[in-house]
Design a protein around this ligand. Structure first.
Ligand code: 4AD
Ligand code: MG
Length: 461
């Protein structure tokens, strides 16, 4: 039985079988207490062995240490003391796998998250990482439920692509060429005709452009998968491999887009609050004080919406408090995003209508000729969590913008076709899944909310 199921039983006096890993062992003259955890809940279960009562118990119990895998059978009883309400009176014990106490790196004391990052294959056995992964699991399901209940189709967009979908570089190249001796053309350039795909290929930075293909055929779709960015930014909110949720909706403008983004975020928050109570209480106590009530408040408050121009106005009024000046035309820095959400709004804010020069080529241009219908959702502690926009559906405007930016229309011929045949207003956004988990749990570093983080100079173990 799973320990989470055992702890939910309201009966005692029944036989149970516990399978899990020993977190700690406490030895007294006549009894041995084992705390066993199987990752299904924070608490784990306490098993009590009375030394005299088991066959050859003492020898066996001596070999049990933190980290061992064990199977225990026994009787579920009310627990007389301590924090737990029930415990198991152990009657048999099998040591499935031993763990040498001299070398097993996880001992009962608290380890720093930095230390745990160095043992990504074992940090999965800690309360913090397990709580994060349970919340991550719940959020994944919440994402699917939200969109499925609203008639969105889940479309799997490709991981390998031939186009630069954000038009801004930072992509990982995919190749089977022999890098020490690649084929070269007459000019001495690498000849990609000899590469696996016969052209340059990359890991995708977004599934958006392909999602547009299906939205402009099946109305509402979403993609949810890994995306890759070779950004050389070693921060607590950037990964080289992260997961993104990207809905795309036809016949939808930027206002409809914002409504969906807000409803979507609130749905995921509520779902975690109602289904991960024990884990949220843990984060509230050990990771980010007050996160529970903060999240509850967010669910019940309308998100503030303001234009980029208004945002700049607020930031300028704040004067010289920033290390980067806020200036119309420049991108918002994370210190600006924090100021807006924490000081001005005290909650999430949706910032719209950014200058076109700091946003991607596909965003719909406003009549002012200077701004585009972008919408970023910013949240306290983190800044940007969602980036989205209404898309430029006018082929001439899109073509002209691409030309200005030096993008070749031939490379995007199929994307242009979507504007040539049955074009219609459409919108979508991308939510950084790990940033969502950070926001909900209060975890400070993005490396601690993904099972195996990949970032600059870090891959594998
Ligand atoms: O704002 P971004 O770049 O938007 C897009 O890629 C659009 N194509 C999305 C769309 O409209 N369908 O990225 C979207 C979100 C960001 O707001 C951020 O939360 C997250 O993806 N993100 C990252 N998360 C972790 N590590 C990184 N390096 C990230 N880069 C972006
Ligand atoms: Mg963005």
């Amino acid at each position: 039985m799973l320990i989470s199921d055992i702890l939910r039983l309201d009966k005692t006096g029944i036989p149970v079988k516990v399978e899990g890993w020993v977190r700690s062992k406490r030895d007294s003259k006549e009894t041995v207490f084992l705390s066993i955890n199987d990752g299904t809940c924070i608490e784990g279960i306490q098993v009590v062995f009375e030394k005299g009562k088991m066959n050859s118990a003492e020898d066996l119990l001596k070999q049990v240490h933190t980290g061992c895998a064990v199977t225990v059978t026994g009787n579920l009883t009310a627990s007389p003391g301590g924090r737990q309400h029930i415990e198991v009176q152990g009657s048999s014990l099998v040591i499935e796998g031993t763990a040498d106490p001299e070398s097993y790196p996880l001992q009962k004391k608290r380890h720093s998250l930095e230390f745990l990052r160095e043992i990504a294959h074992l940090r999965s056995r800690t309360n913090t990482i397990q709580a994060v992964m349970r919340v991550r699991n719940e959020l994944s399901m919440a994402i699917h439920t939200f969109f499925q209940e609203r008639g969105f189709y889940y479309i799997h967009t490709p991981v390998i692509t031939g186009v630069d979908a954000e038009g801004a570089g930072a992509m990982f190249q995919v190749t089977t060429l022999d890098m020490s001796n690649p084929l070269r053309d007459e000019a001495g350039e690498i000849d990609y005709r000899g590469d696996f795909f016969g052209q340059k290929a990359y890991l995708s930075v977004t599934g958006q452009l392909e999602a547009e293909v299906y939205a402009l055929a099946m109305k509402n779709v979403y993609t949810f998968g890994p995306t890759f960015r070779a950004e050389n930014s070693n921060t607590s909110r950037h990964l080289a491999e992260f997961w993104m949720v990207e809905p795309e909706m036809a016949f939808c403008d930027i206002n409809g887009n914002m409504d969906v983004a807000e409803a979507f975020l609130k749905y995921t928050f509520e779902r975690v609050l109602s289904r991960c109570h024990e884990d949220m209480a843990f984060f509230d106590q050990f990771i980010q004080k007050g996160i529970l009530s903060a999240m509850e408040q967010v669910v019940h408050k309308e998100f503030t919406r303001m234009s980029y121009t208004e945002a700049i106005h607020h930031l300028k009024k704040a004067g010289g408090t920033f290390s980067y000046d806020a200036e119309w035309g420049l991108d918002l820095q994370s210190e600006h995003e924090k100021y807006l959400t924490e000081q001005i709004v005290q909650g999430p804010v949706i910032v719209t209508d950014y200058p076109k020069d700091i946003k991607a080529f596909y965003m719909k241009q406003n009549a002012d000729g200077e701004t585009v219908r972008a919408m970023d959702v910013l949240v306290p502690r983190l800044g940007e969590i969602i980036g989205g926009s209404e898309r430029e559906e006018r082929i001439d405007v899109l073509g002209a913008r691409m030309k200005e930016l030096g993008l070749r229309q031939e490379d995007y011929w199929w994307y242009m076709d979507l504007r040539r045949y049955g074009s219609v207003r459409h919108s979508g956004f991308g939510l950084g899944f790990e940033r969502l988990i950070q926001y909900v749990t209060g975890m400070q570093n993005i490396r601690d909310v993904i099972p195996f983080p990949r970032c600059v100079k870090t891959v594998g173990f």
